[in-house]
Design a protein around this ligand. Structure first.
Ligand SMILES: [Zn+2]
Length: 262
């Protein structure tokens, strides 16, 4: 069964050993993350289904089926953090089975989880030592409708699954909000972020599915596809969106939002 859903950002700077003093600029995001974590803890999930924006395959959805995986941030200079998780292989197969007739989907075996899922796991699995995970990636070349469809196809499996599942969609909003943004400044970046925030608050799925691709492309974001998969899963379920924080101290939009399943 699905017990909770949320959307979170994944800046490596949120990891204390990586961010060091920069972490002070992410105070609201961090506090919001801690609220999501407290909520998750109360809902006692047995599996965290992470929909991480960074595609591993251009043409297919992918699921990491490596039995045991690690999260570290060595490529960001953090030689200390090392978390270990068990994948819920059975859930991975169920997701594959329910989608493979209609969608291209592949199974992978990644020992190290990319920061796209690693940052959320660092925060959200903190007090859930026995919680398993399942990490799913969108497909770069597939369009928005395919991502919603993917969510719709796996919904029944998740609802009827014999473990308590929390869905964590992860990605960042525009990477072009300031002059010193990593992807350079775009005058439309702010418009993109505000539009996404409003669509989620209004539960306006139709508008999200038809989201302006040129605007998303211009904004350089990695949020829409994980959000579309999430909406595909929960749009028929009664839930309440609750925006917990939005910050962009480094020119990238970080949104934290809870979706309380009723
Ligand atoms: Zn990203």
């Amino acid at each position: 069964m699905i017990v909770h859903a949320c959307f979170v950002p994944h800046p490596p700077l949120l990891i204390p050993e990586v961010g060091k003093d920069n972490i002070n600029h992410l105070k609201e995001t961090r506090e919001a993350y801690q609220k999501v974590e407290a909520e998750l803890y109360a809902r006692k999930p047995e599996v965290l289904l992470v929909i991480s924006s960074h595609s591993l395959n251009q043409h297919a959805f992918s699921i990491n089926q490596q039995p045991k995986v690690n999260v570290n941030f060595k490529r960001f200079g953090d030689l200390v953090t090392n978390l270990e998780f068990k994948n819920d292989i059975a859930l991975g197969y169920k997701i594959k089975e329910s989608t493979e007739v209609e969608m291209p989907i592949i199974l992978t075996a990644e020992q190290i989880i990319d920061y796209g899922a690693g940052v959320p796991l660092f925060y959200l699995a903190n007090h859930l030592p026995d919680c398993q995970i399942c990490v799913v990636h969108p497909a770069k070349e597939l369009d928005y409708a395919d991502h919603v469809k993917f969510g719709e196809l796996i919904k029944e499996q998740l609802v009827s699954y014999n473990k308590r599942i929390a869905i964590v969609a992860a990605g960042d909003l525009s990477h072009r909000l300031h002059q010193d943004s990593p992807a350079g400044y775009s005058p439309r970046a702010q418009e993109f972020d505000q539009k996404v925030i409003k669509l989620l608050a209004d539960k306006d799925f139709e508008a999200l599915i038809k989201f302006d691709k040129f605007l998303a492309e211009e904004a350089k974001e990695c949020a829409i596809k994980p959000l579309l998969v999430l909406m595909g899963i929960i749009k028929e379920i009664n839930f309440v969106p609750e925006k917990l924080s939005y910050q962009a101290p480094f020119g990238i939009g970080y949104l934290v939002e809870n979706f309380q399943i009723k």
